[in-house]
Design a protein around this ligand. Structure first.
Ligand SMILES: [Zn+2]
Ligand SMILES: [Zn+2]
Length: 133
């Protein structure tokens, strides 16, 4: 299995993950907008056991958003690294933190019903009003 690596902005946290993403997309929900500070969050789903820290796990802080979603970020630089989906055993990895290009490219836009007014989606990917995956 090919692996891809990633890091937070300050490089304290380094990880590797199997290039075995099950789905990938841009989430435009208001929570992802706030947490990312951007129009959407580019993420890809991977089984949690396929993700490994290379260093800096002790720098990870977790924000328990709900029983379905725990947001993990670097406590030093604030980079959003992934969301844990504990009930499904998945991680939603933030694609912007990858060093390399994953095989699976983003496939869809989700929660476009709550996207920012100023955000114009310019690609031809399917758009879902609510969740997908
Ligand atoms: Zn950092
Ligand atoms: Zn979202």
């Amino acid at each position: 299995m090919n692996k891809v690596t990633g890091a937070c902005l300050c490089s304290a946290v380094q990880y590797e993950v199997n290039d075995n993403f099950k789905y990938s997309g841009f989430c435009h929900c208001s929570d992802c907008r706030r947490f990312s500070g951007s129009a959407s969050s580019a993420m890809a789903g991977i089984p949690a056991e396929e993700f490994t820290f290379l260093q800096g796990e002790e720098s990870i802080k977790r924000f328990v958003k709900s029983e379905n979603t725990v947001l993990a970020f670097c406590s030093n630089c604030g980079s959003s690294l992934y969301a844990e989906k504990p009930k499904r055993g998945m991680l939603h990895l933030r694609l912007g933190t990858l060093n390399e290009v994953p095989s699976l490219r983003p496939q869809f836009h989700s929660f476009v019903a709550s996207k920012a007014e100023w955000d114009t989606i310019c690609d031809g990917l399917p758009q879902y009003k609510g969740g997908r995956s």
